[in-house]
Design a binder for this molecule. Structure first.
Ligand SMILES: [Zn+2]
Ligand SMILES: [Zn+2]
Length: 343
């Protein structure tokens, strides 16, 4: 890259969301007088009698979590979406200004492990591989329903990201309509495929593997990199090496590689500031709306909020809410830090 992009303010194009991000590399030395966060103590007990996700404990609403030994899936006791909503649409005077549609959906919780004190970073790869298999099963099961067009699998890790419970778990939300983020990615990937005859993210990965400036970890099936257009300081994008549209389409090698790279990335994150690294992560599989989706490439996003220490986080406020997202350290220098802790 030209030197000017390493030193001077510039914009970078995100071809997946089709928007610009402002990069301000000269600002990394600015003094910090803003908010600092508490570093929550990591869970130390293997079993917590107060935790509703620990085996055998009672949950709100009178449900009991069974004594599970590997993974456990249940319908969220306080689900944001329900599957039995009678369909209705509203558009006042067909003006498109006051518009609503009902949304049917299913929200499930997946406990990754019975042990309260583990995380993806500290579970072994075989245990993460079992989680990958459950993600695949759940995705296949939910995507077969004709009232579901998208299955969003995600994990919020750490109190800073609003995770109410340290027990290792993630969520699976299946919705009648394709949500905003995958919808934006569907339209960009479709247009790119129509023009070039190849999936956008396959071509993108090829360029990143030539340049290697932003690649942070890899194995024979997957690559982790800081995307060229990353907004969050230590954001990463996890991409398979071959064309695959969904988690349930991954073969054994793809699933093993995914488990391994998730371990590498999450354990590496914890070494950046030698503290538990909070994040939101999730997969973008192809929609299950009946179309073939040759344009779609499966991938995972990690969005960690930490900026310069375990107690200083990035906020998306001001110009970022009202103008464009902005970052200080360049994606290349974040990648350098992450490469050190992930390889
Ligand atoms: Zn627990
Ligand atoms: Zn995505």
């Amino acid at each position: 890259m030209l030197q000017v992009f390493k030193e001077s303010p510039h914009r970078r194009w995100n071809p997946l969301r089709r928007e610009w991000v402002v990069v301000s590399p000269h600002r990394t030395q600015r003094p910090w007088q803003g908010q600092t966060e508490e570093v929550p103590a990591p869970a130390t007990k293997q079993y917590d009698p107060e935790c509703y996700l620990c085996p055998g404990n009672m949950r709100a609403g009178g449900h009991q979590t069974p004594v599970y030994t590997e993974t456990y899936v249940f319908e969220n006791d306080f689900a944001a979406l329900k599957s039995d909503v009678p369909p209705a649409e509203f558009d006042l005077d067909s003006a498109g200004l006051l518009r609503a549609t009902t949304e049917r959906g299913i929200c499930r919780v997946l406990c990754f492990d019975p042990r309260h004190d583990l995380t993806l970073a500290t579970m072994d790869v075989e245990a993460i591989r079992r989680v990958v298999d459950v993600w695949a099963e759940q995705e296949l099961d939910l995507s077969a329903r004709d009232d579901i067009r998208y299955v969003q699998i995600f994990e919020n890790r750490g109190a800073m990201m609003g995770a109410s419970n340290p027990h290792p778990h993630g969520q699976i939300w299946a919705t009648e309509h394709i949500p905003n983020e995958p919808a934006a990615e569907l339209s960009s990937q479709s247009d790119y495929h129509a023009k070039n005859g190849r999936p956008l993210l396959i071509d993108y990965l090829e360029l990143e593997l030539q340049q290697r400036e932003r690649v942070v970890a890899e194995n024979d099936a997957w690559v982790a990199l800081v995307p060229f257009w990353a907004v969050w300081p230590f954001e990463t994008l996890i991409l398979p090496r071959t064309h695959v549209r969904t988690i349930h389409e991954l073969d054994a090698k793809g699933r093993e590689g995914l488990a391994a790279i998730l371990k590498t990335v999450t354990a590496g994150y914890n070494r950046v500031f030698n503290a538990p690294f909070p994040y939101s992560m999730g997969f973008h599989s192809a929609p299950c709306d009946g179309a073939e989706h040759k344009e779609w490439q499966l991938h995972a996003h990690f969005y960690p909020p930490l900026l310069r220490s375990a107690t200083v986080r990035k906020f998306m406020v001001g110009f970022e809410l009202l103008g464009s997202p902005q970052r200080d350290i360049t994606p290349e220098s974040a990648a350098e830090t992450l490469r050190r802790v992930m390889s």
